[in-house]
Design a binder for this molecule. Structure first.
Ligand code: AMP
Length: 350
């Protein structure tokens, strides 16, 4: 057990790190943020900050020497340099990062465990794309295998013809058939060092422009009917990876059952409602798991909960939110409200 007073290293410096650090502080831990950007909003609320590049092995090694455990808030941390950090300190392990960083390996991994992704094909050039569209059909979505998030690195293709004029990276893509879903949802679980797994209730998620807009509980009925099957897959993924911490899998609820979309080896935006809406938040349980503490109860506390992201200019609505007695406002402290940037979120409890 890593006792309160110890230092938890967090790789990544954004809002997830900020909320992890706040949960860790409540339990008496100190956090040390490692991030390449100097204006880290996680570092603002943490005891220590190393601002260095992901490939700076000397800096990573010094950072690890000062930490009793190391975790991540960002799944695209390059894996090779992490070899300088003793594997016993890392939770979850780097295998989870390797799988989740590549959409192709993620789909294959989940398929091997009995999961069903949308029909897909790897694309490493124009000929591959033509063949993929011929086999899978259009409409579909072409995605970069690596580093895409919040709808970035994605091209929606209505027809094979539309693919002709696109300026695409030469390789490292995957083409997916467009899934006709009834709703989207996520499974968020926490797995302890001793293998115990707990799930939070699954919210229904609505994305706009590829970015999560809202998570709602209770989820629509078509989601609720598919949660058990989706949980089985999520637990199998966690077990196959020997996972420790919070793990998220995103699904489409379709008339043929849950279709796997993607996984995140970390706390997740669709779990922010757990801060006020569950007995133990995803952030606290992640810290508990990483430190080998007993897990907290994940029960939902309110009959209706809605988490809304404040994106770009929407942050200006904050004053109105504070006038609502059922709303909890979270601002991440980002200085620049760029279009599409997650500035904060609001959780309404009913
Ligand atoms: P992703 O970054 O892959 O999670 O995609 C972001 C959002 O785009 C998803 O949550 C869906 O709303 C939509 N999307 C992505 N892939 C597909 C797909 N194959 N079929 C239908 N919608 C999709």
């Amino acid at each position: 057990m890593i006792l309160p007073g110890s230092t938890i290293g967090i790789l990544g410096g954004g809002q997830l790190g900020r909320m992890l650090a706040m949960a860790a502080a409540q339990l008496g831990y100190r956090c040390h943020i490692y991030a390449p950007e100097s204006d880290s909003i996680a570092a603002e609320v943490s005891a220590r900050f190393t601002c260095a590049a992901w490939h700076d092995e000397a800096a990573l090694s010094d950072f690890a020497r000062e930490c009793d455990a190391v975790t991540y808030e960002f799944e695209n941390v390059p894996v090779a340099p992490l070899a300088v950090i003793p594997a016993t300190l890392l939770a979850p392990g780097t295998r989870a990062l390797e799988v989740a960083q590549d959409r192709l390996s993620e789909k294959r991994f989940v398929e091997n465990l009995g999961g069903r992704p949308a029909p897909y094909a790897p694309v490493d050039g124009g000929d591959d794309l033509r063949a993929a569209i011929e086999r899978i059909g259009a409409p579909g979505i072409l995605k970069t295998r690596r580093e895409g998030y919040d709808g970035k690195g994605q091209w929606r293709l209505a027809s094979a013809h539309e693919a002709e004029g696109l300026a695409l990276p030469g390789e490292g893509l995957v083409y997916e058939g467009l899934v006709r879903f009834e709703a989207e949802f996520s499974v968020i679980l926490v797995r302890a060092r001793d293998g115990e797994v707990r799930f939070w209730d699954s919210p229904g998620n609505v994305h706009e422009g590829g970015i999560l807009a809202r998570s709602t509980l209770p989820a629509p009925d078509e989601v609720t009917a598919q949660v058990a099957e989706a949980r089985k897959l999520a637990q199998a993924v966690a077990e196959a990876l020997g996972y420790v911490g919070v793990l998220t899998l995103e699904f489409f609820a379709t008339t043929e059952g849950p279709v796997f979309n993607e996984m995140a080896p970390r706390v997740h935006n669709s779990g922010h409602w757990t801060i006020e809406g569950a007995l133990t938040s995803q952030f606290e349980n992640h810290i508990r798991a990483v430190c080998g503490l007993p897990l907290g109860d994940t029960a939902t506390l309110f009959p209706a909960i809605e988490m809304t992201n404040l994106i770009g200019d929407a942050a200006q609505e904050a004053a109105d939110v504070l006038a609502d007695p059922h709303a909890h406002l979270h601002f991440y402290g980002k200085s620049d409200a760029r279009k599409g940037r997650k500035m904060g979120h609001v959780t309404r409890l009913g």
